[in-house]
Design a protein around this ligand. Structure first.
Ligand SMILES: [Ca+2]
Ligand SMILES: [Ca+2]
Length: 241
């Protein structure tokens, strides 16, 4: 009897041990498989600027003053740029949490932000906003949205699909750009002023999502759509739910 129990215990130990080896083997194999796949972008990421500038680069050699404001945004904190005169800059640059491998956002992702023109300034000849992305390989793409006529004094949301057809590739290649995005810049200075006294602008609620534009869930406090069509999509979704 004792021998039988010893045998059964030993057999059980062997089975557990070999099962453990199989588990170990599978774990090692999946680790190898996972190791070969490039890590995707952990979307969504958002900057509300409510507690700080959230690591965005708002310095620069421009003719104007960048500040983080704790109130007056959409809501609360935001980034503000008071342009004394047109300069070479007028862009703010994203911190590392917005950068990296965007390949999994290709064709499905959405980049959006809120912008307000507080003051147009003098001699207005062009008003636009938009984004530039640059890859570690030197590839770059931009999407510029012309505002005609511009809305002054209220927050507007601008949303861009991460879709090659929507961007102008200025250098290199879309796929290799997305494989390692090393820089994302948003145009905060919206108004061309022909070197006359400049515009005053703000940016709030930068949002990078892995969800298509038409399916982005919309917290009402963050998303005040500039587009009536998008507003209708949002309403349709709420009705269904
Ligand atoms: Ca805010
Ligand atoms: Ca300007």
């Amino acid at each position: 009897m004792v021998t039988a129990i010893r045998f059964a215990t030993s057999l059980l130990a062997k089975i557990v041990c070999s099962g453990f080896k199989v588990v170990l083997g599978l774990t090692a194999m999946s680790a190898i498989l996972m190791g070969t796949a490039a890590p995707g972008f952990a979307a969504p990421v958002v900057s509300t600027f409510d507690a700080s500038n959230d690591g965005w680069n708002i310095s620069g050699s421009d003719v104007g003053v960048y500040t983080w404001e704790s109130a007056g945004g959409n809501p609360d904190g935001y980034i503000r740029y008071d342009v004394t005169q047109d300069g070479a800059g007028g862009w703010i640059s994203a911190p590392s949490q917005f950068l990296g491998n965007w390949s999994n956002l290709d064709g499905v992702g959405t980049l959006s932000y809120d912008h307000q023109i507080f003051n147009l300034g003098a001699a207005v000849f062009l008003v636009n906003v938009g984004a530039i992305i640059v890859g570690a390989d030197g590839s770059s793409a931009q999407q510029i949205i012309t505002l005609d006529p511009p809305v002054v004094g209220s927050w507007e949301t601008f949303s861009m699909s991460i879709l090659e057809a929507d961007w102008v590739i200025t250098t290199g290649n879309w796929s290799s750009l997305l494989a390692n995005v090393s820089s994302l810049s948003l145009k905060i200075e919206a108004v061309g002023n022909n070197d006359q006294p400049g515009d005053i602008d703000g940016i709030d609620n930068v949002f990078l999502s892995d969800t298509p534009l038409s399916a982005v869930p919309v917290p009402a406090t963050v998303w005040l759509f500039g587009s009536g069509l998008l507003g209708l999509v949002g309403m349709a979704r709420r009705k269904k739910a």
